[in-house]
Design a protein around this ligand. Structure first.
Ligand code: SF4
Length: 211
């Protein structure tokens, strides 16, 4: 797809930005990143993982011990409960290992489809496309997906249009493109290499001229 190929050229080094050393840390970091920025999660996780380096240590921690470590992240009370419960489930049901199927991942507390897809792709290299706010916005602006498509429909459309071996790369590239170029407010349409194929961008520039 031409639009996505151009994005690969713009962001050849697009990658997941949540810092982690292993699948357990990534899983916890992605749970914490819901409705929060990767930057805020990366600030909190070094101390969190120093205190609770394994599912075993997190599972036996009190929520009141976890909260101070993640207090700078939004929704921290619920997230503290979820990551503790998640660690307990990892121990009880998966021998302390992070499972490698979407169904099993989604069965964990605090883990939805997007989180599961990030873990599959970034922890295990299993092809998946996680649709976050950036992926949804960019694909809709470029009409790669229908404007009224649900998150699952966006994911399905991308899986249909992009070869499987490029799913993980495409996921990261769309996020970089949305985070650093086609931003929610004030996208960089004027200098966008995709402007020719983007009616949304053309409309924005036209509206600015009129104003
Ligand atoms: Fe995004 Fe504007 Fe580029 Fe369209 S032209 S993809 S809206 S930055």
């Amino acid at each position: 797809m031409l639009a996505i190929e151009k994005m690969y050229e713009m962001f050849p080094k697009a990658h997941g930005e949540l810092q982690h050393q292993n699948p357990y840390e990534l899983l916890i970091a992605v749970i914490l990143s819901a409705q929060a920025t990767d930057v805020s999660v990366n600030k909190a996780t070094p101390a969190l993982f120093q205190a609770f380096p394994t599912p075993e240590s997190l599972a036996v921690a009190c929520v009141d011990e976890i909260i101070p470590k993640i207090k700078t992240i939004g929704l921290y009370r619920n997230k503290a409960k979820n990551i503790k419960a998640c660690a307990q489930q990892l121990l009880q049901r998966f021998n302390g290992q992070v499972p490698q199927t979407r169904e099993e991942l989604i069965s964990l507390p605090g883990v939805g489809r997007k989180t599961a897809n990030v873990v599959l792709g970034d922890a295990f290299g299993i092809p998946a496309i996680a649709v976050d706010t950036h992926v949804e916005r960019v694909t809709k602006r470029l009409r790669i997906c229908k404007l009224n498509a649900s998150v699952v429909e966006v994911e399905e459309t991308l899986m249909r249009k992009v070869p499987k071996e490029l799913w993980i790369k495409t996921h990261h590239t769309l996020i970089f493109f949305g985070r650093y170029h086609c931003t929610a407010r004030n996208p960089h349409c004027k200098i966008c290499p995709l402007l020719e194929m983007c009616q949304d961008g053309k409309n924005r520039l036209k509206a600015k001229e009129i104003l």
